[in-house]
Design a protein around this ligand. Structure first.
Ligand SMILES: O=C(CO)[C@H](O)[C@H](O)COP(=O)(O)O
Length: 280
């Protein structure tokens, strides 16, 4: 096949694939809740197909197939010390994928709590919810020294801080979750964070806005519409009763704090939540 023919073939393939992605966006609305798509990425029955860019050109191979595993993260915020945190994880460990050491716990106990929980549960991923905003490369390095697998940085941070955190985490094979708490224009910022290489973009309604009756579900829709590479996460008052609203949108990570930790029976709450999440 001559060079011109090859080029024409590539262009035709690109057009076809673009049309497929473009139309799937509309199809998914009408046909099935199981199909979620945007022009670059399509999710069908927990399998993600991603349009691959090489040097900004769509190439011959258009799809990369990868299974999406919806993960459950337990946020530990209100325990009184490290041993209480470890007891709680022990109770629910079979139902969770990630343990979050929440900001209040880290503020009181320091990064030592991250290290002790990781040592006690080496098979779980451990997230340090430090909500970093400055000197992020240094801070991420420190958290990695204390065995954190994922570190949180605020979405309202300067771009330089986001990039510094992402770069430092990558050096160590760790991940950055960007917390969108207090971000006003979620859609625009999510697009930027996606381009800057954030591993997770997490929509989050904090305690102060939860108290005003707000929830993070609408923000997740906005973020899912624009992200191409980053994984998505959701946090903020998610409980058994509201879990469905999160699961339906197929984020990569669902974060539950009080919905498990403050339940009458945390183990049973974690079991039921995990069951619904695994069913997708
Ligand atoms: O980061 C947090 C608060 O800033 C919490 O960890 C997060 O909101 C999850 O907890 P909950 O499910 O109880 O809202």
């Amino acid at each position: 096949m001559c060079l011109e023919e090859k080029k024409i073939r590539e262009i035709m393939q690109s057009i076809l694939i673009f049309l497929f992605f473009f139309s799937s966006r509309y199809l998914c609305k009408g046909l099935s809740r199981e199909l979620h798509a945007n022009p670059e990425s399509l999710i069908y029955k927990n399998v993600r197909f991603t349009l691959i860019y090489v040097n900004n050109y769509r190439k011959n191979i258009f799809f990369q197939k990868g299974c999406i595993e919806l993960k459950l993260q337990l946020a530990i915020d209100l325990v009184k010390d490290i041993s209480e945190a470890i007891e709680l994880v022990e109770e629910v460990k079979e139902y969770i994928d990630v343990v979050e050491l929440g900001t209040p716990v880290i503020n009181r106990e320091g990064l030592q709590v991250v290290k002790e929980v990781k040592e006690a549960f080496p098979d779980l991923q451990v997230l340090a919810d430090e909500k970093l905003i400055d000197a992020t490369d240094f801070e991420v390095g420190q958290a990695v020294d204390y065995k954190a697998d994922i570190i949180t940085v605020l979405g309202v941070s300067e771009d330089a801080s986001i990039k510094g955190a992402v770069e430092e985490a990558k050096k160590h094979g760790k991940e950055i979750l960007v917390d969108m708490i207090a971000v006003r224009d979620v859609e625009t910022r999510a697009k930027e964070l996606d381009e800057m290489g954030a591993d997770y973009i997490c929509v989050h309604t904090g305690y102060d806005l939860q108290a005003q009756g707000k929830s993070p579900f609408e923000d997740l829709k906005k973020v899912k519409k624009v992200v191409k590479k980053s994984k998505t996460a959701i946090a903020g008052g998610i409980k058994l009763e509201t879990l469905k609203d999160a699961v339906e949108q197929k984020p990569d990570l669902i974060i539950v704090g009080g919905g498990i930790a403050s339940a009458d029976n945390p183990k049973e709450a974690a079991r039921k939540i995990s069951e619904i999440i695994k069913q997708g």
